[in-house]
Design a binder for this molecule. Sequence first.
Ligand SMILES: Nc1ncnc2c1ncn2[C@@H]1O[C@H](COP(=O)(O)OP(=O)(O)OP(=O)(O)O)[C@@H](O)[C@H]1O
Ligand SMILES: [Mg+2]
Length: 288
Amino acid sequence: MSGNILVKNMTFKYPSMISPLFNNVSVNIHEDWKLGLIGRNGRGKTTLLKILLDQLEYEGTVISSLEFKYFPRYPDLDDCLTAEEVLLKESPMTERWEMELELSYMDLSPEILDRSFHVLSGGEQTKILLIGLFLNDDSFPLIDEPTNNLDVHGRKVVGEFLNRKKGFIVISHDQHFLNHFVDHVLAINKESVDVLKGNIETWQFEKKNAENLAEETNQKLFNEINRLETVSKRVGTWGQKRENSTKDAAGRRLAAKQMKRSKAIKKRTEEKIRDKQNLIHNVKRLLI
Ligand SMILES: Nc1ncnc2c1ncn2[C@@H]1O[C@H](COP(=O)(O)OP(=O)(O)OP(=O)(O)O)[C@@H](O)[C@H]1O
Ligand SMILES: [Mg+2]
């Protein structure tokens, strides 16, 4: 296997959408990573895999020489393949003993290979398809929600199986499952896409820190806005009072000059307030 996945300034939207699902996204994914892809429903996780598979048209660059394989992709019902034939279709040179070894990691007995794939349970089918993705060393699996048919034990077994492998992306909403094996996390947030080294716990820790920092920054900005608003009000009233307080021509000229100055100060202060309000908006935007 050679090369990384380089996504640069990628923008994508489905034709029916008003604003893009991805806006100028840049990430670099290493070929050896065990990457957990997370994000709320509808954030674009499956879409991102489809973009890597070159099934959708996007703007920007996606470069990779890896051979992507997508899960779930079920064999045709009409082909009536046995589990062994399903695996051989993925990797024709694989020997039976190699398949049996992988089956043992998945807590499956060898005789399952001779059964028709379509009579297998949902969990067994999932395990066979996952084994198939990794038989060929040159492929880079893109695994979309593998836990749907797995019970608690099945999730543990598949988690341990994936922990033995490297070089893949897994989408899952089950953070406990992902924590078994991921060493990097790609999070699709509300307005950003972040990659970090570590597992979901690391990501949660970083997210909490970012939220605390954002909260602190916002509080400071609010205090600053309050102070500036007081300044702006005081300057305004002071200028007005000054102009009203004197009757003679020279005094009024001086007062008018000071009024002009105080208006300029007021304007500058109001601009500062607007800047700070924009900063608050930006800090909020960064939140997950
Ligand atoms: N073919 C399509 N045409 C228009 N909109 C689409 C299409 N496919 C997906 N979408 C929309 O794009 C958004 C992202 O969808 P996607 O399936 O990538 O989300 P997801 O993160 O995988 O969500 P989930 O966790 O529910 O699987 C959703 O709002 C979805 O409705
Ligand atoms: Mg999805």
